[in-house]
Write a protein that binds this ligand. Structure first.
Ligand SMILES: [Fe+2]
Ligand SMILES: [Fe+2]
Length: 310
């Protein structure tokens, strides 16, 4: 793989389309509070709860199950915001500031800075969506969530190493995986017709921007990868499936807190039963983004499914 002009042309094409494409430009007025909020409509699709069919959850009163869905929706948004603020944006700033060799080309800086602007807007969209829900449901308290699972895994990997460049490289891998995979996460809700319409709209708008970010990040990762030494390239390759699993995992530290907060009995038991479900309990099962990435980067990556068996 070489530092080709084709890569730069792809980035330049995506950057040229940004002023028309960016949802911050086209949809700034789409985030008003919903005129009507039907409290009977769930906030989050019940089928994505890892314990959706667990008898102790199914038998719980309707109001408590609805409360779980409200907090599941809030956690869904909080996870997006963490990915933007703790993973993607710090890495985008490093790329633009030249921390990684190979990021000197203007086409890279321009496309990444545009993505950075988009992400800040996405944080705002999800923040407003959470606020509308909190108002509509008259929430007075929320569970004391841990940091989102995707970020916890990155922080745990970074703690194992002492060199700054190594921690930055791990963050680059997590950002790459996030950018090529986030649409699979957003599409869980973006076409759902059983939930509050606003809760499908926000992920749908977000996904429009991310379709471009995925293509940008593939090109950026390719450019940075060819400028790495063999040791760094190996670290990149080995971290890739770990980042994928961090991205698709259910957050088993948060679920018991949500169940307890909603007043569901046997919260810990319910979640422990689900954890034994293995790969079938992954939140995201669409790995096509990262598979494309590995193919375009011409690197071998273990199947993320294999990671779940270890
Ligand atoms: Fe985003
Ligand atoms: Fe993005």
């Amino acid at each position: 793989m070489t530092d080709t002009e084709i890569d730069a042309a792809t980035l330049a094409r995506l950057s040229a389309a940004w002023p028309e494409r960016a949802t911050i430009r086209s949809h700034m007025n789409s985030l008003k509070p919903p005129q009507e909020y039907d409290p009977l409509l769930p906030d989050y699709p019940v089928k994505f709860l890892p314990f959706a069919e667990h008898p102790d959850f199914v038998d719980a009163p309707f109001e408590k199950r609805q409360a779980v869905l409200t907090h599941a929706w809030l956690m869904y948004n909080a996870r997006v915001i963490t990915a933007e603020e703790q993973i993607a944006n710090p890495t985008f700033a490093k790329i633009v500031h030249g921390v990684f060799p190979g990021s000197e080309r203007f086409e890279i800086k321009q496309a990444v800075q545009q993505a950075h602007v988009d992400e800040t807007w996405h944080t705002y969209m999800h923040m407003m969506a959470m606020h509308h829900t909190q108002e509509a449901r008259e929430l007075r308290s929320e569970p004391d969530y841990p940091h989102a699972v995707t970020y916890r895994h990155l922080a745990a990997e970074q703690e194992k190493v002492s060199d700054r460049w190594h921690r930055d490289l791990l963050a680059l891998v997590w950002t790459t995986v996030t950018e090529v995979s986030v649409n699979a996460y957003l599409e869980l809700l973006s076409r759902d017709q059983t939930i509050q319409p606003m809760h499908a709209l926000v992920p749908r708008l977000h996904a429009r921007d991310e379709a471009a970010h995925g293509s940008v990040m593939v090109e950026v990762a390719k450019q940075l990868y060819v400028h790495m030494g063999p040791h760094q390239q190996k670290i990149f390759e080995q971290a890739l499936p770990k980042a994928v699993m961090a991205f698709v995992a259910q957050d088993y530290r948060a679920w018991p807190l949500i169940l307890e907060h909603a007043g569901i009995k046997k919260a810990t038991d319910i979640v422990e039963d689900c954890k034994r479900g293995g790969s079938s309990s992954l939140l995201v099962r669409d790995f096509s983004g990262v598979e494309r990435l590995a193919r375009e980067m011409e690197i071998e990556m273990e199947s993320p499914y294999d990671q779940t068996k270890k």
